[in-house]
Design a protein around this ligand. Structure first.
Ligand code: MRU
Length: 377
């Protein structure tokens, strides 16, 4: 198949503006986000001065992706604490802003626990707020480190499964530095393969309806100088049939105790295709994404989002005309089915790559054993 996209870029910084940062201007501490709804058209900052603003940023996907949601949630608790708001109310609102990515609740509850522990110890709200901020900063750092270790382990796994290099990898949604304190999850593995000269092509699913693949993964791939090609989600089947996919690499929003994987809607059909075509289907996620309290896939709450995301195109570059703020692509009043995620059963997953180790074959026991290596879980 002829190359459809020739890249010339070198390995630039993933974005000019950091994806998330804590700042302390004279007016008071703020959490500054890169507004991901504006990409790839422009890099715009979103300054959150309180938890409700951050809740809105989470709901609108200005900040998104499982690991980053955890980091943002933890900073959100610190923001409420430092600014003297009710920390428990803020924590509940943040943890409930989106239901599927378990990292969000994990990050929020860690910062809240640090706040409570310090308050119980010293009775000093300033010190307690500092403890919440320290917990958020630690989660941020730990995620960067986890990202690097997942990339290393994932690259080794690719080498083992596909000796000879020249990998053609298909990915879905967005899993790079836009979702992480480091270089991400699945994308970080593809990036490691690219840097090792072993990535022939990254196939990027556009990821309807909100186009995280087209808007965000293609953006990251272009900036890192990878050879990549964008495809509609519907085109994946014919790509497999043509023998053009060597491996699928995706992230996860929640992994149940039995190894079921919730990820962006469209992941499960890829797993079915991969199995039919004997292609490895590899999930890359930090152990914070594994939820031992969710026993199986059926117990994972899948976020249902507004129908207008399907009935209108709401990408930032289109002028606003429809009631949902975009251009209508379906008759007014059309009902839409819009689950944000789907669940892939463990038997379709070749391996789960975490920073603590690779789980393969995917069983509840093997997953629990790898997670037990982490001090935090
Ligand atoms: O709705 P989003 O954009 O937050 O969904 C993100 C995904 O589904 C990612 O694939 C997932 O969070 C893994 S990111 C490491």
């Amino acid at each position: 198949m002829a190359d459809q996209h020739a890249q010339s870029g070198e390995d630039k910084r993933p974005t000019e503006i950091p994806v998330i940062r804590w700042e302390e201007p004279p007016e008071g501490p703020v959490l500054v986000l890169l507004d991901q709804t504006r990409l790839p058209v422009e890099e715009v900052e979103l300054v959150c001065t309180d938890a409700p603003m951050l809740v809105e940023a989470i709901r609108s996907l200005a900040v998104r992706g499982a690991p980053l949601l955890g980091i943002a949630g933890a900073y959100g608790v610190a923001l409420a604490a430092v600014r003297g708001f009710d920390v428990d109310d803020a924590a509940d609102a943040l943890a409930g802003a989106r239901p599927t990515a378990v990292n969000l609740a994990v990050g929020v509850r860690r910062a809240q626990a640090a706040y409570r522990a310090e308050l119980a110890r010293s009775g000093d709200t300033d010190k307690a707020a500092e403890a919440a901020l320290a917990a958020a900063r630690k989660l941020h750092r730990d995620d960067a480190e986890a990202s690097a270790r997942m990339a290393e382990r994932g690259l080794a796994l690719l080498d083992e499964l596909l000796p000879g290099g020249g990998h053609r990898v298909l990915t879905h949604c967005n899993t790079g530095s836009l979702v992480s304190g480091g270089e991400g999850t699945a994308f970080a593995v593809a990036l490691a393969a690219h840097r090792a000269g072993q990535l022939r092509r990254l196939w990027v699913d556009e990821t309807r309806p909100l186009l995280q693949g087209a808007r965000l993964t293609a953006y990251e791939a272009a900036r890192s100088g990878m050879a990549y090609t964008l495809l509609t989600d519907n085109a994946a089947g014919s790509l497999f049939a043509a023998g053009e996919v060597d491996a699928v690499l995706i992230g996860a929003d929640r992994i149940a105790a039995d190894g079921s994987v919730a990820n962006k809607v469209g992941s499960y059909p890829l797993a079915v295709l991969a199995r039919y075509h004997h292609v490895p289907f590899i999930v890359v996620a930090p152990v914070t994404t594994v939820d031992r309290d969710t026993p199986d896939g059926a117990s994972i709450e899948v976020e249902q989002r507004a129908g207008f995301e399907v009935t209108e195109v709401t990408a930032p570059q289109v002028p606003v005309t429809g009631p949902g703020g975009g251009i209508p692509v379906a008759p007014l009043g059309t009902q839409a089915y819009n689950p944000a995620f789907d669940v892939t059963p463990p038997e379709l997953v070749t391996a789960i790559v975490t920073e603590e180790g690779v789980v393969s074959p995917v069983t509840a026991e093997a997953l629990a054993e790898v997670c037990a290596r982490s001090r935090e879980v």
